[in-house]
Design a protein around this ligand. Structure first.
Ligand code: CTP
Ligand code: CA
Length: 226
């Protein structure tokens, strides 16, 4: 395919990508998570490396191998993901938050397996830190790219997240659509940016889409230096 032969356009840049779900422990044998496969995030990291970037992939638990040229840091919880991202944020040029971070975690992690006889029928949860939101408050020169997987009102929710989290772009997809869900090898997205920027992409393989997304963003971010 042609996208493997494109010019290197991220040479000298550091791209930090988060991918996959997070896991929030309940006890030593149980956790809360979601259906994220990590495929889109791994495709983003792989594309960044192919385009010449130093690519750092901060990944929750998934069963994918490390893409060529990519440095992977494996994490489990939202708190660990935040810590790993923070360690690379100051020197990053692009931060791509593809990960499906758990929004809640158990308030207490039990030291021992919870037995059904003694167990309660509910688990007390607390909110995790919103990593993208935190980076949005801290950012200086970094281009901050978030994702939004929605099942309804896609554009409203995506624009909302763009503003609320101070991101530069939100890449939105409708996960209720066939062939655009978590486990799929293809995806169809709409990108939202500042000043009402909006661009729709066709349905295509995640790997090819990742290249096109970076090309679009690079072009918009460096209009006079190509
Ligand atoms: N995100 C994050 N930290 C969290 C939750 C989300 O960094 N604790 C990031 C995701 O990586 C993604 C973006 O925020 O880039 C949007 O995630 P999403 O789950 O769609 O948004 P939420 O703000 O959590 O809203 P909701 O789940 O209620 O739709
Ligand atoms: Ca969420």
């Amino acid at each position: 395919e042609t996208y493997f032969r494109r010019e290197l356009k991220l040479t000298g840049k550091k791209v930090v990508v988060t991918a996959g779900p997070t896991r929030e422990r309940i006890d030593p044998v149980r956790f809360l998570t979601n259906f994220s496969s990590g495929k889109m995030g791994y495709a983003m990291a792989s594309a960044a490396a192919e385009m010449g970037a130093e690519a750092i992939l901060i990944s929750g638990p998934v069963s994918l191998s490390v893409p060529s040229g990519v440095t992977r840091i494996q994490v489990e919880s939202a708190a660990e993901m935040l810590e790993a991202v923070e360690a690379h944020f100051a020197t990053a040029d692009y931060v791509v938050k593809t990960a499906a971070v758990a929004d809640y975690r158990p308030k207490k992690i039990a030291d021992q397996k919870i037995k059904k006889q003694q167990g309660e029928s509910s688990i007390v949860l607390e909110r995790t830190i919103d990593i993208l939101n935190q980076l949005g408050q801290q950012k200086t020169h970094q281009v901050l790219i978030g994702f939004a997987a929605e099942t309804n009102n896609v554009s409203k929710y995506a624009k909302d997240k763009l503003e609320r989290k101070n991101a530069d772009y939100i890449i939105a997809n409708d996960v209720s659509e066939a062939q655009a869900g978590f486990e799929s090898d293809t995806n169809r997205v709409v990108v939202y940016g500042k000043n009402d920027f909006e661009q729709a992409f066709d349905m295509m393989p995640k790997q090819q889409l990742a290249h096109q997304l970076f090309e679009m963003i690079i072009e918009k971010e460096t209009p006079y230096d190509r």
